[in-house]
Structures are given as structure tokens and as C-alpha cells.
Design a protein around this ligand. Structure first.
Ligand code: DAH
Length: 339
């Protein structure tokens, strides 16, 4: 029996020496120490031994068992450590390698200028309104007092979707939508894309952007219009900027005006940008026509208001000294990366 135990010990040791992975170890454990294992079989056969032999063989068997258990454990740690090392080697990260560079995006120049305008307007107590690009004839023309025979309604100028549905040609319809929903006091600006049936060149595009402004309350006068727009322009172009108003005509304002600002390049001396004029034409404005107020359910006997509308591209072109409108829409990165 003693020999048998020695044999088991040697065989197991030999097998352990060759075991290369955890599975092989487990097999060895089962073969010798498992319920039906060889060592277990020996222990089970102890009953047949004489009372003198039993403690001796018992002690020896236990010794072999502890020995094998210890060996298996050790081998297990070795194999685990080896596997872990191999894994670490495989997964090693060279922290000195240059990282993959993320290109940082940037805002489009039109978005930048619009954000600036919104900030100024919000600072002056305006809120931001929006309206749909696809608009009813009613909002784009009719409610704004633009008569049926007005040249702006011509298909030469307007994209018609259906007889009474157009791509808005101006942001002014948002005025009507705001006044229908909201009662005075009203102070909003409304930026948006507008569409006109124009061919593309350096100063024209079938799609461009406008910003509309509208103020309606009791006792609003032309003086409010002038003061507000002058303050606005000084914020946008610098405190030295001067403004002038020239009489004009828009169907939805009475009286109407155009606003010029002193040239932001030469300060009024006359240069290439202002074409020697010293002034740059910037926006249309006027006192909201009483008929427009009435169309929106606001009593023109009680309330009055002023409105203005300007092209965003025109402002951005002045701001960044850009001489071709197409640059805004071509999305050439060499251009966009300059902002
Ligand atoms: N909607 C006009 C245009 O597209 C611009 C304009 C002029 C808007 C006067 C206004 C205004 O609100 O009062 O040319």
C-alpha cells in the first residue's frame, strides 16, 4: 500500500510537470484527488488494513494528499501568472505614442454673426421668434399689405409651391404670426432663411438669411425705432458708428425708411468698401402699417409699433470683409477655417 501511494505521488508529480494549462491541472486533480480518484480509492480501502498499519498508511496518504494539493495550487498560480503576463504583453499600450487628433469644428461665420446679434437683442429685452420656411401667401404677402399686383409676387421673384403656398421671400411673415399669437407688449427678433428666384452671383443667392425685428406697444414712435436701431448698430459695429435714415417705401410700414451706417472700414471718409460714399446701406425699417396691426387683431388706435429687417449675409460680409456671397454656401474648408 505504501508503494502504491509512492507510485501515485510520482505519477501525479510527473503529470503536473507537464501540465500546461488550468484544464490539464483540473484533470490531474480529478484523476488523483477526485471522488473516484486514485488516492481516494486508496483511502477508501483503508478499512481492510490491520489496526497497526492503518495510522501509518493513513498518515502517509494524508501527506501525499496535502503534497499534491499544494503542488496543484502552486502550479495553478504559476500558470495563472504566466497567462496574465502574456495577456499584459499582448495588451500593452504605448502611452508615448501620439494620440489620434480630433478635428475641432467651428461655427459658420453666419452663425457667429447671428449669435452676436441675438446676444445684443436679448440684452435689449428682445426674445427670439421663428416661423416656417414654407409659408402661406397670406402671411408672406396678404397680411403684410402687399397687394395682389405687387412685383414681388411675380414668379420671377418668388418660388411658388402651390397657388397659395410659397417659400417665404422674407422673414416679415413671422411678424404676423407673432402678433396673431401674442398681445402687446411685443419685442422679438426673428432670424431665418428666405428664398428668392434669383440666379447665383457675387451678391445674389436663391437662399439667404434675414433677421426681422418687431416692437409693438402703446405709444411706440419713430423715435423709439431710431433710438433702438442706433443703439443696436453701435453695439454691433462699435460706439463710433453713426446712423442715418433715408425715406423709403415698404407696403407693411408707414412711414418707411432705410438705415445706413457710417462705413466701418473708413469711418465715413469714403473707401473701396463703401464705394466712396462713407455710408453703407444696412436695413429696411418703419412704423408697422395700421392695416398690418389690424390684420393681426391688434387695435391700431391703441397700439403702434416699429419693425425692421436686414440681410444676415450683408452684415457678415461687412463684418469680415468678404466680397462674394457664394463663399458662405460653398463650404470650402479653406474659407471656413478662417473664422
Ligand atoms: N422684408 C423686407 C425685405 O425683405 C425688409 C424689411 C423692411 C422688413 C422693412 C421690415 C421692415 O420689417 O419694417 O426687403
Amino acid at each position: 500500500m505504501k508503494e502504491k501511494l509512492e507510485q501515485i505521488k510520482n505519477k501525479a508529480e510527473e503529470a503536473l510537470a507537464h501540465a500546461a494549462d488550468i484544464d490539464a491541472l483540473e484533470k490531474i486533480r480529478i484523476t488523483y484527488l477526485g471522488k473516484k480518484g486514485e488516492l481516494t480509492a486508496v483511502l477508501k480501502g483503508m478499512g481492510a488494513l490491520s489496526p497497526e498499519e492503518r495510522p501509518v498508511i493513513g498518515a502517509l496518504a494524508n501527506e501525499v494528499r496535502s503534497f499534491l494539493e499544494k503542488e496543484i495550487d502552486e502550479k495553478k498560480s504559476q500558470i495563472t501568472a504566466k497567462l496574465q503576463n502574456e495577456q499584459l504583453k499582448r495588451e500593452v499600450i504605448d502611452v508615448t505614442m501620439p494620440g489620434s487628433k480630433q478635428d475641432i469644428g467651428r461655427l459658420h461665420p453666419l452663425t457667429k454673426v447671428l449669435n452676436e446679434i441675438k446676444d445684443i437683442a436679448i440684452g435689449m429685452g428682445f426674445s427670439i421668434a421663428e416661423g416656417p420656411d414654407v409659408e402661406y401667401d397670406y402671411y408672406n404677402f396678404e397680411a403684410l399689405n402687399i397687394p395682389k399686383n405687387h412685383p414681388a409676387r411675380d414668379t420671377q421673384d418668388t418660388f411658388y409651391i402651390e397657388d397659395n403656398i410659397v417659400l417665404r421671400t422674407q422673414t416679415s411673415p413671422i411678424q404676423v404670426r407673432v402678433m396673431e399669437k401674442q398681445k402687446p407688449p411685443i419685442r422679438v427678433i426673428a432670424p431665418g432663411r428666405v428664398y428668392r428666384s434669383d440666379a447665383v452671383d457675387a451678391t445674389h443667392s436663391p437662399v439667404f438669411h434675414q433677421i426681422e425685428g418687431l416692437v409693438v406697444d402703446k405709444g411706440i414712435t419713430m423715435a423709439d425705432l431710431k433710438g433702438t436701431l442706433e443703439a443696436f448698430m453701435k453695439r454691433l459695429y462699435g460706439s463710433d458708428t453713426r446712423v442715418r435714415f433715408r425715406p423709403h417705401h415698404f407696403p407693411f410700414t408707414e412711414p418707411s425708411a432705410e438705415l445706413d451706417i457710417s462705413c466701418f472700414v473708413c469711418g465715413g471718409e469714403g473707401c473701396r468698401v463703401c464705394k466712396g460714399e462713407g455710408w453703407i446701406e444696412l436695413l429696411g425699417c418703419g412704423m408697422v402699417h395700421p392695416k398690418v396691426l389690424a390684420n393681426c387683431g391688434i387695435d391700431p388706435e391703441v397700439y403702434s409699433g416699429f419693425a425692421f429687417g436686414c440681410g444676415l449675409e450683408r452684415i457678415a460680409m461687412g463684418r469680415y470683409d468678404i466680397d462674394d456671397l457664394r463663399l458662405f454656401f460653398e463650404n470650402d474648408l479653406r474659407f471656413l477655417k478662417q473664422f
